[in-house]
Design a binder for this molecule. Structure first.
Ligand code: NAD
Length: 388
């Protein structure tokens, strides 16, 4: 069954109304507010060095195991973060020490397969993006999690930032009037350490565009249709793990989206963007996301995964003003810690699996639009507004 047939058969329009296994399941683990969720991390590469310090500081988490097919990496992280168990393979991890949540930080191409194995073994899942390698696979994983009475969530955590909350509130309160258009961009010169970012199943859309796509759909609502152009601007790269490689996935993308409310937004992302602020965007004072409506314009300062402020000008106050300059405790790597807390306390987080799947469908539709040279309709949706 191809994507189109699948979507027709399982018309996703009703997903938001589907029963989500209750977080009361956490109580079935015997967890209470004083308990810690037992967490295992798979994938001990670059991003694990940012996740693990956050996870081990969380009062809701006990990191009980790490795993990597490069065992020396698991050993190093286990020593660094005093993790008692380390494994060289998912089979050994799943048959080893008991745990409640798998945090999947492996190559993008491995996410769907490993997430499924974990769900089948009764583990909840937090996955780095993408949640799965196709919309269909992600949809099946979500169904499986429901069948198992488990939960699955995927990065990014952008909807948790105080700046996202502030922007959503302005839109909800009508400060911008009717929102007509939005633009977002994120790019850098591309990761240098691993080939998977450029191989089939990788690409700048699931690695970078995913942040802006999540933010804009989170602010403006589910996307009805997509038109996109993608290409490969740098066909050959040198990476640490494989040397010289041929680039197979898009490293340059521009996506136009029509949201249910009528706004048309644009996301551009890629691995060929010179960025004067560097990968982390530190010190950036320029907007990376702009929205405009009939009564006002609003700009997010800094990247949406690490924003610094929101600037807004309206008919009532034409001089631009800066708000939400306090970043609070939000950091982009907090997703796994936040959902661990949710599982312990039984609180539904803002991060939502249907939203992740919707973004996955946007990415797939963007690629299909490029391939077929036409506008692609979407079938999925997610609970909106994200911030009530
Ligand atoms: N590095 C970052 O700054 C960053 C930031 C945000 C999100 N991410 C996301 O995190 C994920 C990992 O990225 P990374 O930069 O850490 O990559 P990486 O190459 O540095 O690390 C991936 C690790 O996963 C291991 N691995 C691969 N397949 C495995 C398997 N089947 N079982 C066990 N281990 C396996 C690899 O050996 C490697 O150590 C990607 O989805 C990426 O998009 C990365």
């Amino acid at each position: 069954m191809n994507r189109k047939e699948f979507l027709k058969k399982f018309a996703m329009a009703g997903t938001a109304a589907m029963v989500i296994p209750s977080l009361a399941k956490a109580n079935a683990f015997g967890l209470g507010t004083n308990k810690r969720l037992r967490v295992a991390v798979i994938g001990c590469g670059s991003v694990s060095g940012v996740y693990l310090p956050h996870l081990v500081r969380s009062p809701f988490v006990e990191v009980v195991a790490v795993c990597d097919i490069k065992p020396e990496r698991a050993k190093q992280r286990a020593e660094e973060f005093h993790v008692p168990n380390q494994y060289p393979h998912i089979d050994k991890l799943l048959d080893g020490v008991d745990f409640d949540l798998l945090v999947n930080l492996t190559d993008m191409q491995e996410h769907g397969r490993l997430n499924k194995m974990a769900l089948l073994k009764g583990k909840n899942v937090w996955s780095e993006k993408p949640l799965a390698n196709s919309y269909r696979e992600g949809y099946d994983l979500l169904q499986l999690s429901k069948k198992q009475g488990l939960r699955i969530w995927g990065a990014p955590a952008v909807v948790n930032s105080p700046q996202f909350a502030f922007m959503a509130k302005q839109i909800n309160e009508g400060k911008l009037g009717k929102v007509a258009a939005a633009h977002a961009h994120y790019g850098h010169l591309g990761p240098t350490w691993s080939a998977f970012f450029y191989e089939k199943g990788g690409g700048s859309l699931p690695d970078l565009g995913v942040y802006n796509l999540t933010t804009l759909s989170g602010l403006l609502g589910p996307v009805k249709s997509v038109v996109a152009m993608t290409n490969i601007l740098t066909p050959e790269r040198a990476v640490d793990d494989k040397g010289k490689i041929a680039v197979e996935a898009e490293d340059n993308a521009s996506v136009l989206m029509e949201h249910e409310g009528g706004a048309i937004s644009h996301v551009m992302c890629g691995f060929n963007y010179f960025d004067p602020y560097g990968h982390t965007g530190t010190g950036q004072d320029k907007p990376t996301i702009s929205l405009v409506g009939t009564r006002g314009a609003m700009h997010l300062i800094g990247y949406d995964w690490a924003p610094f402020a929101v600037e807004i000008a309206t008919m009532d106050h034409e001089q631009p003003q800066r708000f939400a300059t306090d970043t609070g405790s939000y950091v982009w790597q907090e997703g796994a810690s936040v959902i661990s807390r949710s599982l312990v306390e039984g609180i539904e987080p803002l991060i939502n699996a249907e939203h992740s799947l919707h973004v996955l469908e946007i990415i797939e539709a963007a690629r299909e639009s490029q391939k077929e040279r036409k506008r692609i309709s979407l079938a999925s949706t997610f609970p909106y507004p994200v911030i009530k």
